[in-house]
Design a protein around this ligand. Sequence first.
Ligand code: RP5
Length: 178
Amino acid sequence: MTEHTTPLVGVAMGSDSDLEVMQPAVDVLAEFGVPHEVRVLSAHRRAHEMLAWGTEAAGRGLRVIIAGAGGAAHLPGMLASVTSCPVIGVPVPLRQLDGLDSLLSIAQMPRGVPVATVAIGNGQNAGLLAVRILATSDDELRAKLDAHRDEIAESSREADRRVRNKTESPGGPGFRVR
Ligand code: RP5
């Protein structure tokens, strides 16, 4: 991508216990060469610091924020309330309620304060969505995303071939598909 020295994407999470879900988002950013920073910033345990980080995000050069939290997951929405950066929310599943609580806390935002919410536990899609947002003004990044979609399609074709070879009867239409 176009050379940048300061982080373009800020990844925030409510607790270090969220890292397992958020790590794939960080991995995607690294894979696409997007400069990023990663913070633990609890909406409930360090509200003022969290809001200060969100308030200063755009001024420091961040263009997208990814925020993951579980349970009473207020972090993405509260960050969205103090910044005009697009905020992508990742509902982190906890032991109780399977992440439905996190999903609803993040997705059900009031009019005027949007948070783009990915599926429960899907940090990878949050990373990819952040890259897609940046790619709207970066042709090199868009080309990398196109190549990535081609790779995904090819691995799906391979899965198709494997499943058909395993399941179709000899002489059937897909028998020994190459
Ligand atoms: C939320 O509470 C965090 O985002 C985390 O998902 C959840 C539990 O946090 P810990 O008690 O594991 O620190 O604010």
